[in-house]
Design a protein around this ligand. Structure first.
Ligand code: ZN
Ligand code: ZN
Length: 385
């Protein structure tokens, strides 16, 4: 089969201390400190063989993620920008849907022909965080498209326990093709759901919600906020095209934060009461959190989804006076997240299909990732089969 392979050279930066674990496993914990001269190429790759508990999926759609963009873009010394867990060479791609074409002999839940979407985090189920019910914090994590082969490929083999059926979505849309496309949005939507509803405990219907950043995760956050009954939704984003998408998905107001003072705008919209629920999905908390602080309602919540290896100036006095809280979140597994998102989409309560703005075949995957660096699209899909 073919796949989009990322190869890079293991060349730790001079100031980076490589741990024993990294040496043993060949996995970089902080990818951007180790992997240099990345090369992305669609090329031949060995056909995946499903193990006893695995299903073989023919990939139908796979979204380009911000992290894929951070493998394509490099710093001035030609190191990848992505700062997380990585092992190369591997096939990229982790936001996907597919059709089961073969099952291992111990597979019990799925059968050939089933339509599924898949978790990206291969949690072990045996480490202490997993056993305590926190799979998003697994200490033996493998990640599809980061440390093991991903879904910018014709086929992928994955343990059936990470797959979730999307046939109800196909029934809702009356189209398998549409269901596979929308199904590929499930993973990033679950990242927003996990942060907003599992980690931060959600908001009350009627609450004022702000979302900073209207890339795919921020757009999903807007759609979820709308579906969950937010009173007013305000979005901030610098790309004009994404501002339009934010409105289409459910934002009542959408601003370029360079043209307004975000904190003041939120105070005006809420007539001085402040916003109840703030979502950071831009990855620029050092600029955004101070604006959120200016507009914290009593009991206000700040939810951090965007990734940024940065210290953030926070005025904790504001959190005391406003009885406010800040929440960190990562991942999408566990906590009923996948099934609840699939239910919302299948019920027509959450329709993120307008955020799909471009489609490519497998041979065009490098072009698809290059296009994502313009940061103007919603979700770009690769459709390998
Ligand atoms: Zn992603
Ligand atoms: Zn674990």
């Amino acid at each position: 089969m073919k796949g989009l392979v990322l190869d890079a050279v293991w060349e730790p930066k001079p100031d980076y201390v490589v741990s024993e674990w990294e040496k043993e496993t060949g996995k970089a914990i902080t990818g951007n400190s180790i992997w240099r001269h990345p090369k992305l190429e669609v090329r031949d790759w060995e056909d995946p063989k499903p193990g006893p508990k695995d299903v073989l999926l023919a990939v139908q759609a796979c979204g380009v993620c911000g992290s894929d963009m951070h493998f394509y873009e490099t710093d001035e010394d030609d190191y990848i920008l992505y700062p997380g867990l990585t092992k190369f060479p591997t096939i990229l791609g982790h936001e996907f849907s597919g059709k089961v074409v073969e099952v291992g002999k111990e597979v019990e839940i799925l059968k050939a022909g089933d339509m599924v979407t898949v978790e990206e985090m291969i949690w072990c189920g045996r480490c202490i965080p997993c056993r305590n019910g926190y799979p998003n914090h697994c200490t033996n994590l493998e990640e599809i498209g980061f440390t093991i082969p991903g879904a910018f490929a014709n086929y992928i083999a994955v343990d059936e326990k990470f797959c979730w059926k999307i046939d109800a979505i196909a029934e809702h849309f009356g189209s398998e093709e549409r269901a596979f496309e929308v199904g590929a949005l499930t993973e990033p939507t679950c990242v927003a759901y996990n942060a907003m509803f599992e980690r931060a405990g959600g908001f009350r219907p009627g609450h004022y919600v702000s979302v900073f950043g209207a890339g795919p995760i921020g757009l999903a956050a807007i759609g979820l906020a709308k579906a969950a009954g937010a009173g007013t939704i305000a979005a901030f984003e610098i790309s004009p095209r994404r501002l339009e998408l934010a409105k289409k998905i459910g934002a009542d107001y959408a601003y370029d934060p360079r043209q307004v003072n975000a904190g003041e705008v939120l105070m005006e919209l809420s007539k001085g009461e402040g916003f109840d629920f703030h979502v950071e999905a831009a990855g620029a908390p050092e600029q955004i959190v101070p604006e959120m602080e200016k507009a914290l309602a009593i009991n206000g919540k700040i939810v951090q989804i965007g990734r940024a290896a940065q210290r953030v100036p926070m005025y904790l006095e504001a959190f005391q006076v406003r009885r406010a809280q800040a929440f960190g979140a990562q991942g999408h597994s566990g906590h009923e997240t996948f099934p609840n998102v699939i239910r919302m989409v299948a019920a027509g309560r959450l329709d993120l299909s307008p955020i799909i703005t471009a489609r490519y075949g497998l041979e065009g995957t490098v072009d698809a990732i290059a296009k994502s660096t313009e940061r103007a699209d919603g979700k770009i899909l690769v459709k390998p089969n």
